[in-house]
Design a protein around this ligand. Structure first.
Ligand code: FAD
Length: 324
């Protein structure tokens, strides 16, 4: 089933908030088996869908395809597979799409992709695609309406547009939005955003998208802070703005992993509450293949049953340790 239909069905029925989990393909077979154990426990909480990332340039193609198939048909969760299109010949893209179609998967997150590890720039393969818009157009032209297509949106503009002062110019931001609208007009029916930590920036982005006529659901990508160094690395890579109060809260606890994780759960909970208060009823959690923080946030929000969390996880997030 298409994720967009599940999301529309949930909001049409009782307006309840729904959620999804993102995973990435582990490097070893043992890691893959561990991931499936964790995924099995997490899927017991009834996410609307789960998605699995695709290594830039097809570097994880076989593992991603295998995991996607097992997610859909063995874990039995509605599955969305990421697919990047640069540094990839069209035959490889079609092979991936044909494979997931044969396995009953109806959801693709269509991406340009970052340059492969060790390279600065992506390379357009001869006869291949240059951007996600090309991929969306290709999927619609070749596969009609079979796939639900999701695309990436950037509340702070794509990192390439962000200047040394940490912001995109107004012109770059509005060009980015206009390009996002092209992806939607070409057939994307859902947008998942890049991670952010300033909720006001996300809410403004949604308003700005609506202003220019983007009508599809825009799902916030929430990345719980699991550890301090990882948080700085990821926000640095994505050029994400970090509000000063978050840095101030983390500074005294940065060497205490449990305290950082507890703060991350608190922060994620407060961000989601504010987003939900603005009528946004779908949350996407970047799990980084970990369950505690994602489940902790959902439990605090009352979106999953506490009794199921304690049964599935020998750990509970400390309640109300931090106040906003
Ligand atoms: P595009 O949408 O094609 O473009 C990126 C930016 O470039 C646009 O925002 C726009 O500013 C500019 N641009 C590109 N083409 C045009 C054009 N024709 N006209 C005007 N402007 C243009 N990477 C992976 O390798 N694997 C993954 O699984 C993966 N999953 C992701 C999931 C999400 C939700 C997000 C937000 C990102 C993910 N990424 C992943 C990272 C992504 O590949 C990079 O951010 C990449 O640099 C851009 O991909 P895109 O699909 O946003 O590109």
């Amino acid at each position: 089933m298409k994720v967009i239909d599940k999301i529309r069905g949930a909001s049409g029925n009782d307006g309840r908030t729904v959620f999804s989990f993102e995973f990435f393909p582990p490097k070893t077979e043992e890691g893959v088996e561990n991931l499936f154990e964790r995924m099995d426990r997490m899927v017991a909480h009834n996410p609307t869908f789960c998605d699995i990332t695709w290594g830039a340039g097809g570097s994880t193609a076989d593992v991603t395809l295998d995991i996607a198939n097992r997610m859909q048909n063995m874990i039995c969760v509605e599955t969305m597979m990421h697919l990047t299109c640069t540094n990839m010949p069209v035959e490889k893209i079609d092979h991936a799409l044909d494979t997931i179609k044969a396995n009953g998967i109806q959801n693709v997150l269509a991406l340009r992709g970052d340059p492969p590890h060790g390279q600065d720039k992506f390379v357009q393969v001869a006869g291949g695609f240059a951007c996600a818009l090309d991929l969306v157009q290709h999927i619609r032209a070749k596969y009609g309406d079979y796939f639900g297509i999701t695309v990436a949106g950037y509340p702070e503009a794509h990192p390439d547009m962000i200047q040394e002062d940490g912001s995109a110019t107004a012109e770059a931001y509005s060009n980015d939005l206009a390009y996002l609208k092209k992806k939607a007009d070409a057939g994307a029916d859902l947008i998942i955003t890049q991670l952010f930590y300033d909720t006001d920036i996300f809410l403004k982005f949604v308003d700005d998208c609506r202003q220019i006529g983007i009508t599809c659901p825009i799902v916030p990508g929430i990345m719980p802070i699991n550890n301090y160094k990882g948080f700085l690395r990821m926000t640095g890579f994505c050029k994400t703005k970090i509000p000063s109060e978050i840095l101030a809260a983390l500074d005294p606890i940065k060497d205490n992993e449990e305290a950082v994780r507890a703060y991350g759960i608190h922060l994620g909970t407060e961000m989601c509450k504010k987003i939900m208060a603005h009528g946004i009823k779908t949350l996407h959690l970047y799990t980084l293949n970990m369950e505690k923080s994602a489940l902790g946030i959902l439990m605090n929000l009352g979106l999953i049953e506490e009794s199921k969390v304690s049964r599935s996880l020998p750990w509970r997030p400390p309640a109300n340790v931090f106040r906003v």
